[in-house]
Design a protein around this ligand. Structure first.
Ligand code: ZN
Length: 339
């Protein structure tokens, strides 16, 4: 709590308005989980006090807190009701033109990730960043985004009765990776060979850097998971992606060649490769698979739970275990997994 006290919180007039005059979107939009307010950091390290915060989104009054930090910079935290937050994330993290079942899978994964972060950060001043640090969020009025959030209401992924931090990415390039091999301490929810995204040829990439970047060595040790290289000498691949650019080393490479003074990385896919493969889920949905099929495919070790709103509240406040109402076996559709 010391950390929190070192901040000076300014609550804007809009917040007071929100308390007394909270107007909702159409009823179906905000019925769920009124209690759950997500604290989203929408701006960080501003050098000037933010003056252009919009007071409303449609009929909804927005609620901001401006945080003045020890370095005299400003962060803006917006308090967003759960359903609006999830619809906003779905609309930014997956194209809304994609099939409903893929979007529903995205909604469940976004919800599980969020709850896990809210639990981790319940003593902190905000729960999630509104960018790629967590999940990209922007207000939306897309009916489709709210539709998939409503259709999956209270459904989350868990392991050992704890809601888990679910990772997802654009395109696994044919093989997903175990979370705990990519990030220390992450919970592995299983991996899969992924025939679904392999239909894409546009996902091949390669990138070369001068060997001098690696002290002109020409022998390196590589660590593999299946056909994917997840470690290159002392570097984890995510570290290398961060150093050279996430759009340059687009995923865990399948080949790294050292010749003629350069190191060439090549592979397929885009992203860290852990959890849900969005392109794969697009093709699964197009072939008639349900969002439950998609989740079961990409998180084979996870349990799919429907938790009651009250239990979510308990979970977020005192970490009480959510009660299992559904499990994977109950929910599995009758469609078998064949191409
Ligand atoms: Zn894939």
């Amino acid at each position: 709590m010391v950390w929190v006290r070192s901040y000076f919180i300014v609550t804007l007039a809009a917040a007071l308005l929100a308390a007394t005059n909270a107007r909702a979107q159409p009823a179906s939009v905000v019925q769920e989980n009124e209690y759950a307010k997500v604290r989203v950091r929408i701006e960080k390290d501003l050098t000037q006090y933010p003056k252009n915060l919009t007071a409303r989104f449609g009929s909804y009054t927005r609620h901001y807190e401006v945080i003045i930090k020890d370095n005299n910079k400003y962060d803006v935290v917006e308090v967003v009701p759960l359903k609006h937050y999830l619809a906003g994330v779905v609309s930014k993290e997956m194209p809304l033109a994609w099939p409903l079942e893929a979007l529903k899978a995205q909604a469940v994964v976004a919800r599980s990730y969020l709850f896990s972060r809210m639990n981790e950060r319940r003593e902190k001043i905000f729960h999630v960043d509104a960018d790629q640090m967590d999940q990209v969020f922007e207000w939306t009025n897309s009916t489709k985004a709210y539709q998939v959030v409503n259709a999956t209401e209270d459904i989350v992924l868990s392991a050992n009765k704890k809601i888990v931090k679910t990772f997802y990415h654009s395109d696994c390039g044919g093989q997903t990776l175990p979370a705990d091999k990519v990030w220390e301490g992450a919970v592995d929810l299983g991996t899969t060979q992924d025939p679904w995204c392999q239909a894409r040829f546009s996902n091949q990439w390669s990138f070369s850097v001068p060997a001098s970047e690696f002290q002109n060595k020409d022998v390196f040790e590589m660590g593999y998971f299946k056909n994917k290289i997840i470690r290159f000498d002392e570097w984890g691949i995510q570290k290398l992606r961060q150093l050279f650019g996430y759009s340059k080393i687009r995923s865990s490479p399948e080949k790294i060649e050292v010749s003629d003074g350069s190191v060439t990385f090549s592979g397929r896919g885009f992203g860290h490769g852990v959890g849900l493969c969005q392109w794969g889920s697009l093709y699964m949905a197009k072939k008639g698979r349900t969002y439950m099929d998609i989740l079961t495919h990409y998180y084979p070790k996870a349990e799919i739970l429907k938790i009651q709103s009250l239990l979510v509240k308990n979970y977020l406040t005192n970490n009480e275990n959510p009660k299992t109402i559904l499990n994977k076996t109950d929910m599995k559709s009758k469609v078998t997994f064949n191409n």
